[in-house]
Design a protein around this ligand. Structure first.
Ligand SMILES: C[S@@+](CC[C@H](N)C(=O)[O-])C[C@H]1O[C@@H](n2cnc3c(N)ncnc32)[C@H](O)[C@@H]1O
Length: 358
């Protein structure tokens, strides 16, 4: 393949250059462009490289490469063009990982599945593999999926203090992370066990379920039993106080006697698990608000305040939509009437509060 074949233009090399038919050949061809001074010519040769790559498919993430070349060809100044060429070469040749996930920041454009906005509008729950929406009060798997990809690495440990049907362990297993889950009700532990077993364990991950009250647990001792000292991420999806009654057990947070009692228990739980969360790592708290006696009770913000009293830094308040369920659809008209009559708005969102241990 001949490059640099337009000799009529200024600053155009006399020699003709071959692109070697390897990944390195592409890098070298791109690097050569950095020595040239004619923008029009550089753009022409970028097109030639792009055509060469289209024909031979030497780069792994082919479509991103093509998009980047297209973007570079649309730049207006030679400085900008060269800046983007350098960046493209860097993203192809080098890796840049942070301490808390497996995302290569030099390839950040390729992670278009990772949400970075604070508003999460998720249409449908992921029902693939072992996931099913059968447990009343579960969360959609996309929540742990997003968080685990962003805040953990393969092989690390995640703690879920309100495991329920096992959604977060299924997701951890899928993504190659180990997990500990705590659940008060033994029948629910059985449901979780059976759900988790249905998920293939491609990465040979480990998991453990503890059938106890998470607010009364000696976390250090429990982790010792599985041979670890700390976890790298905590996910908490407690009952939204008494909106759904999960059991008759008085230790169940859905049976907290008052708002104060509920918040005290959340505070106590955060204190108990704080030492076993690794420094610099994250904790996510999933919660919705409540409406009672004609008043909006901002449970989410109350919990946020409670957690902020501890040494955890608030990093994000994510607002997530409630997906429409069949049951809710039937009641839609009734709720609209009630809202108009009562002067309030119908709940359509919940929160994912994200904290970092400094
Ligand atoms: C909102 S659900 C969690 C659902 C879970 N994220 C899922 O996808 O299935 C809350 C769970 O916390 C459990 N729970 C309530 N109080 C608890 C406590 N003190 N200790 C441990 N689990 C508790 C309930 O039994 C219920 O299964």
């Amino acid at each position: 393949m001949n490059l640099f074949n337009n000799k009529e233009l200024n600053n155009v090399p006399d020699e003709q250059l071959e692109i070697e038919q390897t990944k390195n050949g592409i890098f070298t061809a791109l690097e050569k462009l950095l020595d040239l001074k004619d923008l029009h010519y550089i753009k022409k040769e970028l097109l030639a490289i792009s055509e060469f790559e289209k024909e031979h498919k030497l780069i792994d993430n082919y479509s991103f490469f093509q998009n980047d070349i297209e973007q570079i060809r649309n730049t207006q100044t030679i400085e900008r063009t060269k800046y983007y060429i350098k960046r493209l070469i860097k993203s192809l040749k080098e890796e840049r990982f942070s301490k808390i996930n497996d995302l290569d920041l030099n390839k950040w454009k390729q992670y278009d599945d990772i949400i970075t906005d604070s508003l999460w509008v998720l249409d449908k729950r992921d029902n693939s593999g072992a996931h099913n929406g059968n447990y009343w009060g579960n969360f959609i798997p996309q929540i742990p999926n997003q968080l685990f990809k962003r805040y953990t690495k393969k092989g690390e440990w995640i703690l879920d203090t309100f495991l329920g049907s096992g959604t977060s362990i299924i997701e951890a297993r899928r993504l190659g992370r180990n997990a500990v889950g705590i659940e008060l009700q033994s029948e629910v532990v059985e449901i979780a066990q059976s759900n988790i077993q249905k998920e293939e364990n491609f990465f040979n991950t480990e998991y453990k379920i503890i059938n106890k009250d998470c607010t009364e647990l000696n976390y250090k001792e429990e982790l010792k039993k599985i041979g670890i000292k700390q976890v790298q991420f905590v996910i908490m999806h407690p009952p939204y106080w008494d909106i759904i009654k999960f059991s008759e057990d008085e230790k169940d947070l859905s049976n907290a006697k008052s708002l104060k009692d509920f918040l005290d228990k959340i505070g106590k739980l955060i204190d108990a698990l704080y030492p076993i969360l690794e420094k610099g790592r994250y904790l996510a708290f999933v919660i919705g608000d409540k409406y009672s006696n004609a008043e909006w009770i901002p449970l989410g913000f109350y919990c946020m305040n409670e957690i902020q009293k501890r040494k955890l830094k608030l990093k994000s308040i994510i607002v997530k939509n409630f997906e429409e369920t069949k049951g809710k659809m039937k009641e839609k008209e009734l709720w609209r009437y009630r809202a108009l009559l009562g002067g309030f708005y119908i709940f359509k969102h919940e929160y994912i509060l994200l904290f970092k241990k400094g």
